[in-house]
Design a protein around this ligand. Structure first.
Ligand code: AMP
Length: 282
């Protein structure tokens, strides 16, 4: 039988009360839908580690700025449910906006300092929206463990710090970036790319490969590496670069002199599509 999504907080509470009374652990995978193998790897991790898995699908308006792609964001709900069903997922929470933000909703999470860098400079309200919805979803699902992708590297730092600072009783598990065979990081936004843009988009992972090799060969001058990253992105045809940095993986402070581990992070526009990618270099 096709999965019947749970659509209300009340129904979710009934379900999770049942899990809790049976002493079952609850794993939660928050998503915005348009599911691909990256999302499904998080789902697989939750199914493997937790007694019960709840996948949430909610395109959260609070994390989009007015000029971003909220209205065109893909929402292939039936296909998403079929993918989840084929993995054996039984519980999918798909709230309408009014369930998450009923009339009069007015509280939000002021995200930790690390939210202000990189993405925060280009998307100033983004992480406030992310932190608010993630905290709500963790509370609503009563998650014991929540699964996030390294693809959104800074998001993971924001969520880890938020749950630590606010004493949220949940384990955060971070899963590796899933890529296409040619290296392109899977993203729901890749559907926006035409064939030529997709070729250009590959530059991001190529740059990360190159940076990893450079640092592996002993390059320690952060400025030189970053200059080369930018140049490669431009030469590869990206429309504009929001940032291309080498940073400390805990603080995201950029590193003038590279001492491992570091993370290389890129955000760039290809046509109208904004793409992000990163690589931890140990
Ligand atoms: P989104 O639907 O974009 O909000 O993503 C939901 C979750 O899937 C987030 O924790 C993302 O980091 C994760 N995710 C997105 N793309 C990938 C990928 N290529 N590999 C692994 N996880 C991913």
């Amino acid at each position: 039988m096709p999965i019947q999504p749970i659509t209300t907080g009340a129904d979710l509470l009934t379900l999770t009360a049942h899990f809790k009374s049976n002493h079952q652990t609850i794993g939660v995978v928050p998503t915005m839908g348009a599911l691909h193998a990256g999302h499904l790897s998080l789902v697989g991790a939750s199914l493997g580690q937790c007694d019960q898995t709840i996948v949430t699908i909610f395109v959260n308006p609070k994390q989009f700025a007015a000029n971003e792609d909220l209205s065109q964001y893909p929402r292939p709900l039936e296909a998403d449910l079929a993918k989840l069903e084929s993995l054996g997922v039984q519980h999918v929470f798909v709230p309408a906006e009014g369930q998450m933000y009923p009339d009069g909703f007015s509280t939000s999470v002021l995200p930790p300092d690390v939210a202000g860098k990189l993405e925060g400079e280009f998307r100033p309200t983004h992480f406030q929206g992310v932190a608010t919805v993630v905290l709500k979803l963790l509370n609503m699902t009563r998650a014991d463990t929540a699964f996030f992708g390294q693809k959104d590297f800074q998001q993971v730092l924001v969520i880890q710090k938020m749950v630590a600072d606010l004493n949220v009783n949940v384990d955060i598990v971070v899963c590796d970036i899933v890529r296409e065979a040619d290296g392109l990081a899977l993203s729901s936004r890749n559907v926006y790319l035409c064939e030529q843009e997709r070729m250009i988009a590959l530059t991001l992972s190529k740059v990360l490969n190159h940076v990893e090799a450079l640092i592996g060969e002993g390059q320690t001058d952060g400025y030189e590496v970053v200059t080369e990253m930018r140049q490669m992105l431009i030469d590869g045809g990206v429309t504009s670069v929001d940032y291309a940095v080498i940073a400390d993986p805990q603080t995201l402070n950029t590193a003038e002199s590279i001492s491992l581990p570091v993370v290389a992070l890129i955000a760039a526009h290809v046509g109208k599509t904004r793409l992000i990618d990163n690589r931890i270099i140990k």
